[in-house]
Design a binder for this molecule. Structure first.
Ligand code: SF4
Length: 736
């Protein structure tokens, strides 16, 4: 396959002075005093799960590197620091609110009053807290627990997450779920089946000693900006950074690090030492091909394989039986490209494998993750310092929410510990994950839902279906800091309450968060900005008081956040240090998560190679008939998850989100040019009036922005993790 020698985004560099100026403008908009207070307080960063802040100080990471802040963090602060939404705004109808873009909704200000929408009303009406809590509790009391679900985003604190799942279970349901079922659930399943743990095997410090970092299906220049510093440091030490991503993201090629004058002056530092651009969804074949090349180059660590793994023989046969022509046809890569990357890997002493949702958002997300683990095991790169597996997690506490048990099935040990520690009995009827809960809602089997944070409507694939599913839930209770489009959709014929909550740094008592390195931080809270917001944990305790008056567990005790942490420390293995974290102020890594020794938490104590049939991995496209293009939905530099801070995406050179990004070859073949208008169509919906933007993508591969592109995305999931296939979408490009 021939590659273009120049790319439409060749002149774009990630980071740089524009990022500094943008941050300064945002800081200016927030007011210097406000922003300084927000950024320097001892609170965990509110954006991504790389982690920053906490007791080491604002803008400082766990290695005491300062300043460890990025514009994502500043953007997150800028929404929390807004003044309250004026009450007159609520004189408008829902139809008026629906005309606003995601960014405009976010910019309305902070929610500072409970809101109520009656089933037959088209308005959100300010109400009192007492009325709101009474109405919520009577709705839940009049529902059957199995016709209810409880959901949390990854923004909530450990304390709120723990209380939420206990409340739900004591109320009588295991329908307890979180946003990771839409992002990294495949990671947890794939890592458990191979290395016996569901989270990163490395800590931040390990990134200071590796000599190779794979970044697969991720765009950290936009989504985890501080991670780019670690990639550059690796290059500076003489190491390599290998990107595997269908799209050549300019910020992954070159990045001008705002913290580094030499990087700024030089117009950016090289980040990628090699860049593979396979077809969307061909990851399993790519990873198999690299394994095959390693095998053929005789670069395996046989001692490690023999002593610490099982299943190698079957995997080896899978590699041997894979035909090079088939692998190259499936991936769109040449054998030489794959062999080159395998050689670089073979030369490394300590390799870290990082990946994002480009790996998990497919029908075979778990298998993709297992294939990454297989590659690491081939050379003994799990179970030692400076090497291992690093899923790049999204929201700042998404990992902690899972650790707290906000999921349909509790780990058996946690289940037993809770029953014993609190003298209570938990329900055993299987719970529903996020999409399964909405499926049940669509079937008319859900009467009530508690939705803590996030934007469940926009995060769900198949938007019009999601709207109907949510509207069929008779009563929804939302908790949020700001209004988003998910609060004004899916409520036409149903009742909704929206409760305003404190942001992390406004919590009246300290809270905790867990980073993607399994590092637990303590946030002091304590900043007062608004008059009528409440802590999520307090709201949950208020509800528990009303819903569970005879409960043997006294939820009133959980109004003191220290007591929630003591309870967590008693029942969640590895979290013992949490009990006195607010006294000792000694942040910590959760025990038995990092793998610095080759001791695996599997029945045999050995890591497990997993074998797969990669040939069927892109059957979805072959069967798609009239929809011949592969589309992946992506996030922009100006957004965080479903929150849109800016319409433009400076790293991709586009100024609007209503675009489709395609390679020049496809544009020529379709007879369109940059700036033309087209329609994208899939079996699930259409996106009209999209502006064509040229981007470095292999022929046949397209990108459009999430969450807007959810109208095109069906509800197909990876069968083992139920993660929706947000990035394996068959589409057609049609005239506008
Ligand atoms: S990289 Fe992530 S954790 Fe670090 S400052 Fe940026 S958003 Fe916060």
């Amino acid at each position: 396959m021939t590659r273009p020698t120049s790319s439409p985004t060749d002149n774009i560099i990630g980071g740089g002075a524009s990022k500094i100026l943008y941050t300064l403008q945002t800081v200016h908009r927030m007011g210097l005093r406000n922003s300084a207070k927000a950024l320097t307080s001892h609170n965990t960063c509110k954006a991504c799960a790389l982690g920053m802040g906490g007791q080491h100080g604002g803008m400082t990471n766990e290695l005491d590197e300062f300043p460890a802040v990025c514009n994502k963090s500043v953007q997150a602060q800028s929404t929390d620091i807004q003044p309250p939404i004026p009450e007159e705004i609520f004189e408008h109808t829902l139809a008026d609110f629906r005309e606003l873009s995601g960014r405009e909704m976010e910019r309305l200000g902070r929610l500072n009053t409970p809101l109520y929408k009656a089933a037959d009303s088209d308005q959100l009406t300010p109400i009192s807290w007492e009325w709101a809590l009474d109405r919520a509790s009577s709705a839940f009391l009049n529902s059957q627990p199995e016709r209810t679900f409880f959901y949390s985003s990854g923004r909530a604190s450990n304390e709120a997450g723990f209380v939420l799942q206990l409340l739900a279970r004591l109320y009588g349901t295991n329908n307890v779920t979180n946003c990771s079922y839409y992002c990294h659930q495949a990671t947890g399943v794939g890592m458990q089946s191979t290395v016996g743990t569901g989270t990163a095997t490395v800590e931040l410090e390990d990134l200071t000693g590796c000599d190779l970092i794979f970044v697969i299906g991720a765009n950290p220049s936009s989504n985890h900006p501080r991670f780019i510093h670690k990639l550059k440091d690796c290059r500076d030490r003489g190491g390599d950074v290998i990107m595997i991503n269908p799209a050549k993201e300019p910020g992954l090629v070159k990045f001008a690090l705002p913290k580094s004058p030499s990087s700024l002056i030089a117009g950016g530092s090289d980040i990628a030492s090699d860049y593979l651009q396979p077809h969307i969804g061909s990851d399993l074949a790519v990873l198999t091909a690299i394994g095959k090349a390693l095998l053929e180059q005789q670069q395996l660590d046989h001692d490690f394989i023999e002593q610490h793994t099982e299943g190698f023989e079957t995997y080896r046969q899978q590699l041997e039986n894979s035909d090079w022509d088939d692998l190259c046809n499936t991936t769109g890569l040449t054998k030489a490209e794959i062999e080159r990357v395998a050689q670089r890997y073979a030369q490394s002493d300590n390799a870290v494998f990082a990946w994002g949702m480009g790996i998990t958002h497919h029908r075979h997300g778990v298998e993709n993750v297992e294939a990454i683990a297989n590659l690491a095991l081939l050379r003994g790169m799990v179970g030692k310092r400076f090497a291992g597996l690093l899923p790049l997690r999204g929201h700042s506490n998404v990992q902690g929410i899972g650790t707290m048990g906000v999921k349909p099935v509790l780990a058996q040990e946690v289940f037993d510990n809770i029953e014993e520690a609190f003298g209570i009995e938990l329900p055993t009827r299987p719970g529903l994950d996020t999409l399964a809960g909405l499926n049940a809602a669509h079937e008319g089997q859900m009467d009530t839902a508690l939705i803590m944070g996030g934007n469940l409507y926009e995060a769900t694939p198949d938007s019009s279906w999601a709207n109907d599913a949510l509207d069929r839930i008779g009563f929804k209770l939302f908790m949020t800091t700001t209004l988003n489009r998910g609060h004004v959709r899916g409520i036409d014929n149903s009742e909704a309450l929206i409760l305003p909550v404190t942001a992390r740094d406004e919590e009246p008592q300290p809270t905790t968060q867990e980073s993607m390195f399994n590092y637990v931080r303590l946030s002091d809270g304590g900043i007062e900005r608004l008059s009528n917001v409440r802590s999520e944990t307090h709201i949950l305790c208020d509800l528990a008081e009303r819903l569970l008056p005879k409960c043997p567990l006294d939820f009133n005790e959980f109004r003191i956040s220290h007591q929630v942490r003591e309870a967590i420390a008693r029942v969640v293995p590895g979290m013992e240090e949490l009990a006195d974290l607010d006294v000792a102020r000694h942040e910590f890594h959760i025990q038995n998560r990092l793998l610095h020794r080759a001791e695996f938490n599997t029945p045999s104590r050995k890591a497990q190679f997993q074998s797969h049939d990669w040939h069927t991995a892109d059957d979805w496209l072959k069967q798609s008939g009239e929809y011949p293009f592969r589309l992946m939905s992506v996030r922009s530099e100006g957004q965080f998850n479903s929150i849109i801070y800016e319409e433009k995406d400076s790293y991709r050179g586009v100024t609007s989100r209503q675009v489709v990004l395609m390679g020049p070859d496809d544009a020529e073949r379709l007879g369109v040019s940059a700036g033309d208008s087209v329609t994208l169509a899939s079996a699930h919906g259409t996106m009209p009036s999209l502006t064509v933007c040229l981007f470095d993508l292999p022929a046949g591969n397209l990108m459009a922005y999430y969450p807007e592109a959810n109208v095109l995305i069906g509800r197909d999931t990876d069968p083992r993790s139920q993660t929706p296939a947000f990035k394996s979408v068959a589409v057609a490009v049609r005239a506008a």
